[in-house]
Write a new protein. Structure first.
Length: 90
């Protein structure tokens, strides 16, 4: 496995993982209508806005690739300037 900072071209794969994970994890917990409205392209746009189009962001992302170069996971974190701690989400 290879871990590296994300590249713009990784964001569709990240979005697919994000949406698919939500749909499987939160099935029967979150309303079906909400989960049905999660769309890869929309999620990709959200990541673009969070990571690239926001000049004030302290957020960054790393992706995990398998041996075939397929992205199989990701992690985001935000640098908190006040106490220099990281908050990680997946």
């Amino acid at each position: 496995m290879i871990v590296h900072e994300y590249k713009r071209e990784d964001l569709f794969s990240v979005s697919k993982i994000h949406v698919d994970t939500w749909k499987s994890t939160y099935k029967n917990i979150v309303p079906k209508e909400y989960l049905n409205n999660l769309i890869y392209e929309n999620q990709k746009e959200k990541w673009l806005n969070r990571l690239l189009n926001n000049s004030n962001t302290n957020e960054f992302m790393f992706v995990v690739e398998n041996e075939s170069g397929e992205i199989v996971g990701f992690s985001t974190a935000t640098l908190n300037d006040e106490d220099c701690k990281f908050h990680s989400t997946l």
